[in-house]
Design a protein around this ligand. Sequence first.
Ligand code: 5GP
Ligand code: ZN
Length: 116
Amino acid sequence: MPASPCIFCKIAHGEIPARTVYRDDEVVAFHDVSPQAPVHILVIPVRHIVGMSALGPDDTGLAGRLVQVANEVAREAGIVANGFRLVVNDGADGGQSVPHLHFHVLGGRQLGWPPG
Ligand code: 5GP
Ligand code: ZN
């Protein structure tokens, strides 16, 4: 089988480097290469899933794990007390640029609202 061209699959399988902060068989978390806040961590499923809207009825356990790991890495990064944001961009209008599901964990500064 040819290697996946997906950059987040490559990170999930350790084929390209990332500043990984969490890893298990299902979920990997790593620092965003272009951070938009003092803490900007991406939480992804190891399995290639194009985006949040591609999650199926059998994926509720995985979706829960992604949220749980997002909370864990936020706690480890020390941003829970002051507050943080969990963002999932989905599709073109949602601003998704990498077509492999990822949760952004953002914090460490006052974040603006509404989003652009
Ligand atoms: P999106 O725009 O799809 O919601 O978010 C994609 C995120 O992935 C962006 O914040 C971007 O900076 C990050 N990103 C893209 N390529 C890489 C990479 O090779 N390594 C890491 N660590 N982050 C990446
Ligand atoms: Zn992928």
